[in-house]
Design a protein around this ligand. Structure first.
Ligand code: HEM
Length: 347
């Protein structure tokens, strides 16, 4: 074997000269500002990886047919689980930054004006690719500001550009809407528990009754109107009635082998939302601890803005709301043979 005349070298491969040469504190407080810079850079590197994984998953779902029992589905879930793990790691970085005291931060805070993490393009792209829209954001006008403190025009265009692409949320909704399990022809042999219900589909007619019987007292009984609205009339948020029915069905019958992957996928999306909230929560506490009730360097109200974003910026809220409408497993209707066959891996 001929020897490579120019063997690969660790630092060349990783281009460490660029990465390690990119920390330039602006103040005399070199130690804490160095920590501040490195933490932000580490976040941005991980954000890059998250975007990469989200793009892969979006590509998997950007088709009219994601075969649930083929590898694609498990690759998508695996990638999303990696995203959850990355968030877990980056969220813990806040603890390291909190080793800086508020007065250490004040030594260089004013030198950062009017820049802020608010302007993190990659963070906004993650939110946008998942499915958070500009107009659904808390204080949407902050985002449209392209003056100092807001986004550069180029970044603003990049974010709105991503918003106009298929988001992970919209692709998941389409995938849910395509589930074939409610085709009337599969339900011929279904034994209705409450025959003569108002819904033409026997299962959904039964479900309403079973759910009604599971509610306690007049206050909980109001939930029945919500069930009607979400699963029979309007849908919820961006999820149509059919998408909501599919999600509920998957959650109800998640023990059936063919639903294990879809259930895992839906649960992982909920995990991602939870991880993002944890980021927002920990970051908000850290910001409060560092700057109290001062405004942010980016010009928002600071802690007030961060609290609003935490409250409002859930992407997959519809999925967690399904839990409101579950029933006891022991009360689940038995599925007819044709549906079971359709749900078997061999179909
Ligand atoms: C001393 C530490 C920090 C303080 C005091 C702080 C403070 C703030 C404040 C007040 C805001 C609101 C926007 C503004 O007016 O500036 C903000 C936004 C933000 N910061 Fe920080 N931050 C700190 C560290 C970090 C770190 C390490 C990251 C990691 C990337 C980060 C990422 C963000 C992001 C993504 C936003 C937008 C949040 C959203 O819109 O939900 N921040 N920060």
């Amino acid at each position: 074997m001929t020897k490579n005349p120019d063997p690969l070298y660790y630092s060349d491969y990783l281009e460490l000269d660029k990465i390690l040469g990119a920390q330039h504190p602006k103040s005399g407080n070199k130690t804490d500002e160095m920590l501040f810079i490195i933490i932000h850079q580490a976040y941005e590197l991980w954000f890059k990886m998250i975007i990469h994984e989200l793009d892969h998953v979006r590509a998997i779902f950007d088709t009219d047919n994601v075969p649930d029992n083929a590898g694609e589905m498990s690759i998508a879930t695996h990638k999303l689980k990696r995203v959850v793990r990355i968030f877990d790691v980056v969220n813990r970085q806040v603890d390291v930054l909190e080793s800086m005291t508020p007065m250490d931060f004040l030594e260089f805070r004013n030198l950062l004006l009017p820049s802020s993490g608010f302007q993190s393009l990659q963070f906004r792209i993650i939110e946008a690719k998942l499915g958070l829209k500009m107009d659904q954001r808390f204080k949407a006008n902050y985002y449209k500001n392209t003056r100092p403190g807001g986004f550069s025009q180029r970044d603003y265009d990049a974010i709105t550009g991503v918003e106009s692409e298929a988001t992970l949320k919209s692709l998941i909704i389409k995938w849910a809407e395509r589930t074939p399990f409610f085709d009337e022809s599969l339900w011929k042999d279904y034994q209705a528990r409450f025959p003569g219900g108002e819904d033409i589909h026997k299962f959904w007619s039964d479900y309403k009754q079973i759910y009604r019987n599971s509610l306690n007292g007049p206050v909980e009984m109001r939930q029945l109107d919500e069930l009607d609205r979400v699963f029979y009339k309007e849908g919820l948020g961006e999820f149509s009635v059919n998408a909501m029915r599919a999600v509920l069905f998957i959650m109800l019958y998640r023990n059936l082998p063919i639903f294990q992957q879809p259930f895992d996928l839906l649960t992982t999306l909920i995990d991602i939302d939870e991880m993002l909230s944890q980021f927002r929560y920990k970051h908000m506490l850290m910001a409060r601890r560092m700057i109290g009730m001062r405004v942010g360097t980016g010009g928002t109200s600071g802690a007030g803005y961060l609290e609003g974003a935490l409250r409002q910026h859930y992407v997959f809220k519809e999925l967690t709301e399904v839990s409101t409408f579950l029933i006891e497993r022991s009360n689940l209707p038995e599925l007819p043979r044709d549906v079971m066959e359709k749900m078997s891996f061999n179909s």
